[in-house]
Design a protein around this ligand. Structure first.
Ligand SMILES: [Zn+2]
Length: 81
């Protein structure tokens, strides 16, 4: 069974496994999330990000205001680690 297509919010561009799900629209980036963080923490995050992204081409970053999610579409829902 193939993964369910993701729904993309037209206002903020975030992707969700459930169409038209309620959320707080916002445009967030990893770079903005990391801005001002100590360099050792940024380097640790970047190493972790590289490791996670090597898991598969369907893994994508899902930054929000307080965290960076790593998500992958699945048959039932989007997994967030
Ligand atoms: Zn939105």
């Amino acid at each position: 069974m193939p993964a369910r297509p993701m729904w993309t919010c037209a206002a903020c561009g975030r992707r969700f496994s459930v169409p038209r799900i309620r959320h707080s629209c916002g445009t967030y980036t990893v770079d903005a999330f990391l801005a001002g963080k100590p360099e050792p923490k940024v380097a640790l995050y970047r190493a972790f990000e590289r490791s996670v992204l090597r898991l598969g081409s369907d893994v994508f970053l899902a930054p929000v205001k307080t965290r960076v999610g790593f998500q992958v579409p699945s048959r039932r829902s989007t997994k967030t680690w």
